[in-house]
Design a binder for this molecule. Structure first.
Ligand code: SF4
Length: 331
């Protein structure tokens, strides 16, 4: 059976509600939009989406991203939510993203009134030194407090983290992932830090104070984080920034790749194959993979097959629908 078509109706409110600018953030470039949507824009985006999604819309969400939704002007917030709520019966729910220090009982009650179902917190790190160095203006304790409130009010909880922030290490990033798991989020997003023009991080990079992760080290770390979250029952719904023209134009440095998640999943499959073959004699082997994972096992420009060949293993593959996503077996 074909999976239902799932595409969120995403509306961006760049920087709206943000008390200041975080070191790395240039929302206008990241989302490709500077304009703030009106309730009419919300209606028209939803109507357009309904035209193409048809009955599949019930698997999709109406989402407000790109700023600190719970801190925007209340009248404006109500007008956007009011426009979205009119269509709630045709969608899975309404999703918003915000800061951990902009959540309290009162705002959660208001969001419930408008049928908001999922709240994502831009937590970014659970290391207070990293948060301070990146001008986040909140603490790890704020993330814990807000997460507990969101869960208590029965919203779906999403947590967003960044790797390679100014002052972070792979160990502190892994510690952030473990601290997230203790908060029992339903979903996470993982974003390797990209250095954008016009940000304080950009200045730190240009003066040589900040060095971003290489693509290879970001892939290595994020592959481990995906495995850690998945093993603990947390759905990883995004890895790496969306591809956009303005992101390409305004990126100064950092581990950007348009298919970043695919690179990470490919690395996961390589590690599984290496573990399976570790105690085997060098030679020819056939690996069994799910049909949709053949290209991931092969790797970008055959990188995985080359890496295995260098270890002495010539690999053929067969596809098997019964094997799980990203799993590998020796035939
Ligand atoms: S709170 Fe989020 S959207 Fe606002 S400046 Fe910071 S990272 Fe950007």
């Amino acid at each position: 059976m074909k999976a239902p078509k799932h595409a969120n109706v995403a509306l961006f409110i760049p920087f709206n509600g943000c008390p200041h600018r975080c070191s790395f953030c240039d929302q206008r470039s990241i989302t490709g939009k500077a304009y703030q949507p009106t309730p009419d824009d919300v209606r028209s985006a939803i109507e357009t989406a309904l035209d193409s999604l048809k009955e599949n819309s019930v698997h999709s969400e109406i989402a407000f991203f790109g700023g600190s939704f719970t801190a925007i002007d209340r009248k404006y917030m109500r007008s956007l939510l009011g426009a979205a709520a009119l269509y709630i019966d045709r969608f899975k729910g309404i999703r918003i993203s915000t800061r951990p220090d902009c959540i309290d009982e009162e705002i959660l009650s208001l969001l419930k009134t408008y049928h908001v179902t999922a709240i994502e917190l831009g937590a970014q790190s659970m290391d207070d030194t990293v948060l301070l160095k990146n001008d986040r203006g909140h603490s790890a304790a704020d993330v814990r407090r807000a997460s507990a409130l969101i869960k208590r009010h029965c919203f779906e909880l999403g947590l967003q983290m960044m790797t390679g922030l100014y002052g972070s290490t792979p160990e502190s990033d892994a510690a952030t992932a473990k601290a997230f798991i203790e908060l029992h989020p339903d979903t996470v997003r993982i974003y390797p830090t990209i250095v954008m023009k016009g940000t304080r991080l950009g200045e730190l990079y240009e003066e040589g104070t900040y060095q971003p992760q290489s693509l290879n080290s970001a892939v290595e770390l994020c592959a481990k984080l995906i495995e850690l979250f998945t093993a603990n029952g947390v759905r990883v719904i995004r890895v790496g920034l969306h591809d956009s023209e303005s992101l390409k134009e305004n990126r100064l440095a950092g581990p950007y790749h348009p298919a970043f998640r695919e690179l990470c999943e490919s690395r996961i499959m390589l590690e599984k194959a290496v573990t399976l073959l570790r105690n085997k004699e060098k030679g020819k082997y056939t690996l069994r993979v799910h049909p949709k994972c053949r290209s991931k096992m092969t790797g970008n420009q055959k990188a995985n097959l080359v890496a295995l060949r260098e270890r002495g293993y010539e690999i053929a593959m067969i596809e098997d629908e019964r094997i799980s996503d990203l799993d590998v077996e020796i035939v």
